[in-house]
Design a protein around this ligand. Structure first.
Ligand SMILES: [Ca+2]
Length: 124
């Protein structure tokens, strides 16, 4: 999935109540302007003042940083959850398409570069 896409559509359909595991092959990086991050993301000193504006904010999950790998269901932040470096197990809160994105502030996707590979399997 590319870092520059606000909603990356995987084409993978999630079924309400089913359990899934997302894994992220190690050693991958992507770049926010000049800041290189792994899938867990980071917040620089300069970014700190804008951290509360992140699409998945630290108020909702304190692990949320710039470029943390996020998964959700459809184009909705309601179901958004942190994948990070994974593996990440989750239960689908609704049925819909598995969508993911690099956590960033909405107008700041133009300077995002690189992509992450990840995989998802149904575990129950
Ligand atoms: Ca950016």
């Amino acid at each position: 999935m590319p870092a520059a896409e606000r909603w990356f559509h995987t084409g993978f359909t999630l079924e309400y109540g089913a359990r899934y595991r997302v894994t992220v092959p190690p050693g991958q990086v992507w770049t926010d302007w000049y800041v290189t991050n792994g899938p867990q993301g980071s917040t620089t000193f300069l970014q700190k003042a804008f951290r509360h504006c992140l699409r998945l904010s630290p108020a909702r999950d304190p692990r949320a940083e710039f470029f943390t790998l996020i998964g959700t269901i459809g184009e909705s932040l309601e179901y958004a959850f942190i994948i990070g470096a994974g593996p990440c197990d989750f239960t689908a809160a609704t049925s819909g398409e598995f969508v993911c994105f690099a956590n960033d502030i909405w107008p700041a996707y133009w300077n995002n570069h690189g992509s992450m590979r990840l995989s998802i399997v149904r575990i129950s």
